[in-house]
Unconditional design. Sequence first.
Length: 175
Amino acid sequence: MKLLVLYATTEGQTRKIVRFVADRLAEAGHTVELLPAAEAKELDLARFDRALVAGSVHGGAYQADLVDSLTAHRATLAGLPTLFLSVSLTAAGDDPEDWDGLKACVARLTEDTGWTPGRVVHVAGAFRFTQYDFFKAWAMRWIARERDETIDPNRDKEYTDWDKLARDVDDWLET
């Protein structure tokens, strides 16, 4: 099967996630094209059998490149089985109100792009302190403190559940 893995990342955790997924898909015998959303404008999506899309939530929104790419390709994506990996720190928690916020982010993405994912999986991201500027690091320390998270502001902290992600991707391929 020919699979597109289209993504946008801010600090790099989403790229790490899609590389993991692409490797897993390739090891299963699929042909995989891993492509940043910023490079997808002229891409002919009709040559793919399925598409996996990934982006991360920052300030309640996804990356502009992802939004632009999904808007441009919404018609073709509508004809493909799709999986959307929504990456966020919030997905590491279990607060119902936070999860309602994540669902609202996906709903806004659907409204803004005209694309409705076939399936959505929320994936826990990471604190990427090595990638933050001073102000973002301060804000992320505040967020961690508000959630009673123990963090070291000099080290990254990853929350991605790789086994669950593998199961979610495998399940999507089987449908």
